[in-house]
Write a protein that binds this ligand. Structure first.
Ligand code: UD1
Length: 413
């Protein structure tokens, strides 16, 4: 999909089954390069980032076959293989092959990872964590290199980095003894990785807390169900908040979305929660108190861009602060082109609600920024064209047909 053309102004109505989480599926898939075995991953989203990860795995002798929502992965033929820099450069989570390859082969060479451009995305925490376990790390023309068997010990993360926590868990699979991570990230996707590793035989303590201990054990294949995608869910909630209408999301864990649903309630949307479903009736009518993103259970940075779109037509002014990434308001110029009033930039913006947005010719900046443009376009008057819309295929399964089914008027080109 190169571009999406959207005719806005139609309320979203209907039911959406939330897919499996991108940010849970990617580390779990990468973990199969650290463990020899056969795996069945249910609820695995059919998105571009999963396909790219499978391509990287293939070079290491790992096969993956999809049947509906389930991916059967076979890593019994696991062998060291080079990671194609063009593939690694297309997604951030390729950095997790550092820990996986280290555990499997005692050495890892990974080209520098890609992913969304959200400002500097250093890997110092990943490296310092491995070095605290006695692993040598270096950077040369091939990328990032790690060498040596991790010893048993404690790593203290000075910031609860999601990627660094995951990389250390994977590296710990090949350690000499227990590895404790203090200051681990609390994101539900970390819990899901731990659940998967435990199903494969690892001994884990402290799951769900910031002090995680993994004790390596003989590992084997397993069957696992990927947890629901809270960012896909947040995006559809914000889309409904942009358009009005009545949307029910099923197969999700509402508690994990509490910061997002609280913000949307404050904006005047009606939200009804049941055990595994959420119903939203929009639109977002009023500004909300100042809100800042933060590590879980803070407001998720990935939902900030769609929320910005939802607040563009909310009466009054809202201040949003981004504390996780340094350059995560890259969607704002597109919203301005649609008639939004937003001041500031960098880490802080103030949104002044306007009565209406209008269509514009836009270009997606990053996955969630592109999603924000789409949300705004669905609620805007007139026609919007989003270029570089292929970025959205990285993280949203069946995006266009799904929105069409909900009553939206949009076409891929
Ligand atoms: C993951 C998610 C991403 C989400 C983010 C925060 C995946 C594939 N991506 O990204 O969608 O937005 O968590 O919830 O799961 N940092 C350092 N040094 C490091 C590592 C990180 O300074 O070594 C900084 C980053 O630059 C950023 C902050 O820490 O400012 C958060 O990064 P991190 O939690 O590592 O996010 P990712 O794992 O990259």
């Amino acid at each position: 999909m190169e571009r999406i053309r959207i005719r806005g102004g139609r309320p979203l109505c209907g039911v959406v089954r939330v897919h499996g989480g991108k940010n849970a599926a990617l580390p779990i898939l990468t973990a199969t390069a650290a463990i020899r075995g056969r795996f069945i991953l249910h609820n695995c989203p059919a998105i571009r980032d999963v396909e790219i990860t499978c391509e990287i795995l293939q070079a290491q002798g790992v096969t993956a076959v999809r049947k509906g929502g389930s991916l059967t992965v076979d890593s019994t033929g696991l062998r060291p293989g080079p990671i194609d820099p063009r593939l690694a450069g297309r997604l951030r989570s390729s950095v997790l092959f550092l820990g996986a390859d280290l555990a499997a082969f005692g050495e890892a060479v990974i080209p520098l990872p890609g992913g969304c451009v959200l400002g500097a995305r250093p890997l110092d925490l990943h490296r310092a964590g491995l070095e605290a376990l006695g692993v040598e790390t270096a950077c040369d023309s091939r990328g990032l290199i790690a060498r040596g068997r991790p010893r048993s010990g404690t790593v203290i993360l000075r910031y609860p980095s999601v990627g660094a926590t995951e990389n250390l868990l994977l590296a710990a699979l090949g350690a000499e003894g227990p590895v404790r991570i203090l200051g681990a990230a609390l994101e539900p996707e970390i819990d899901d990785l731990c659940a998967f590793l435990a199903a494969c035989g690892a001994e884990l303590r402290g799951v769900g807390t910031s002090c995680l201990t993994l004790t390596p054990q003989p590992m084997h294949g397993a069957e696992h169900r990927i947890l629901p995608d809270r960012m896909e869910a947040a995006t559809y909630l914000c889309a409904a908040a942009c358009t009005g209408g009545n949307l029910t999301l099923t197969d999700l864990i509402p508690a994990q979305l509490a910061p997002v649903t609280q913000a949307l309630r404050a904006a005047g949307c009606t939200l009804d929660e049941a055990a595994d479903r959420l119903t939203i009736s929009g639109p977002a009518r009023q500004a909300i108190p100042p809100l800042r993103t933060g590590p879980y259970p803070g407001f998720p940075t990935d939902a900030q861009a769609p929320l910005t779109a939802a607040l563009c037509r909310a009466k009054g002014s809202t201040v949003l602060e981004e504390t996780v990434f340094e350059d995560r308001f890259r969607h704002v110029p597109a919203l301005l082109a649609m008639g939004a009033r937003i001041e500031g930039g960098g880490r802080l913006i103030r949104i002044q609600g306007v009565p209406r947005l209008h269509g514009a010719d836009l270009e997606a900046t990053d996955l969630r920024g592109g999603a924000a443009m789409l949300c705004a376009a669905l609620g805007a008057e007139g026609e919007t064209l989003i270029r570089r819309a292929g970025l959205l295929d990285r993280g949203y399964q069946d995006l266009v047909p799904l929105l069409q089914r909900l009553g939206a008027a949009l076409e891929p080109e």
